[in-house]
Design a protein around this ligand. Structure first.
Ligand code: PGA
Length: 326
């Protein structure tokens, strides 16, 4: 039973505490002070005192003692009925609160980076299968928008690449996110191994839009190595980049997580470039100090523990290199 000692029930002329009601209920049920004291882990004098104070507050005697036996007075019998109802209601309230602490119900708001959506939808589907009464809304957008949403505390959790450290965020890494260079199968570099970064300077690249995490990581990687790429063509989705690369518009840089289908059907090939893949990680992120709802907390745990199962991207990207026919 919920034990709220300081919670007072006010009634005209009656000022009793839930604790007194609880002690009264136990004594009335056992008709024995000693047994009630044992059940409540109290001393017998403490029980007697609570009952005395309770009777004072009620304004009527509730027990009478004849010899060694304890009896309820008429008023005591009436009060016993009420105290049992109150105890039941409290137990019920406790149960409902426990349920709310669980994930049986609740709404989850998640935003994921466009690239993360290649596994996030499967992840959410599995989570919903485990918790069928929850509902969720999923926003798929690029890194820049995610950071704005985090700043405005608009979502429960966000799945993205590493967020900037100056923001007041909690970011837990849960899976690798390797970026690779992809080419159509008939590209001359496909047959080569250990391609030097400088060789890429004579190639054209189709790149993601400004504000994309993939784009930022790629730019940083080449800038650090003093390599300048020709990046004339911008596309706002991974799918568009892959289509463009397939169509022969240039080379692309994408996350391995987007490549499942293209590798399977051999429509695209991962080039073996020095220092590649660019190793990044996925993070589950929320504002520092945010009180996650039970369902959001459960989802976060689920992501941290099980996300790896929902992507077919190999942990060792090099092992996935597909060589062109011929
Ligand atoms: P994005 O990926 O390129 O789809 O924005 C997010 C990230 O890698 O941080």
């Amino acid at each position: 039973m919920i034990d709220i000692i300081s919670y007072h029930l006010y009634h005209i002329g009656m000022h009793v505490t839930l604790r007194q009601l609880q002690v009264f209920e136990a004594v009335a049920r056992h008709l024995n002070f000693t047994r009630a004291a044992e059940e409540l882990h109290l001393s017998q004098p403490a029980v007697s005192m609570q009952i005395r104070q309770f009777e004072d507050a009620v304004g009527l005697p509730l027990f009478e003692q004849l010899g060694k036996r304890v009896y309820l007075t008429d008023a005591g019998r009436e009060m016993f009925g009420y105290s049992r109802s109150i105890a039941q209601l409290l137990a019920e309230a406790e149960e409902v609160m426990e349920q709310l602490k669980g994930v049986q119900r609740g709404h989850l708001t998640v935003s994921v980076a466009s690239t993360a959506n290649y596994f996030a939808t499967r992840l959410l589907a599995a989570f919903v299968q485990r918790n069928p009464s929850i509902t969720f809304s999923l926003d798929v957008t690029n890194r820049e928008t995610l950071l704005r949403q985090l700043e405005g505390n608009e979502r429960d959790v966000v799945i993205m690449g590493r967020p900037p450290q100056e923001l007041d965020l909690v970011a837990d890494p849960f899976m690798e996110n390797p970026l690779v260079i992809v080419a159509p199968p008939d590209h001359p570099l496909v047959a080569e191994h250990d391609i030097a970064l400088e060789r890429l300077q004579s190639e054209t690249f189709v790149v993601r839009e400004q504000g994309s995490g993939t784009r930022i990581a790629m730019e940083r990687f080449f800038a650090e190595r003093g390599v300048t790429l020709t990046t004339g063509m911008e596309m706002s989705s991974n799918e568009a980049i892959k289509q463009a690369v397939e169509a022969g518009l240039g080379l692309g840089i994408v996350s391995m997580h987007t490549m499942e289908l293209e590798l399977e059907t051999r429509r695209l090939v991962i080039l073996e470039v020095q220092a590649f893949p660019i190793l990044r990680h996925w993070y589950v992120v929320h504002r520092q100090g945010k009180r996650l709802s039970p369902v959001a907390q459960a989802f976060k745990n689920f992501v941290l523990e099980e996300a790896q199962r929902f992507t077919s991207a190999p942990r060792e990207p090099k092992a996935a290199v597909v060589t062109a026919p011929g």
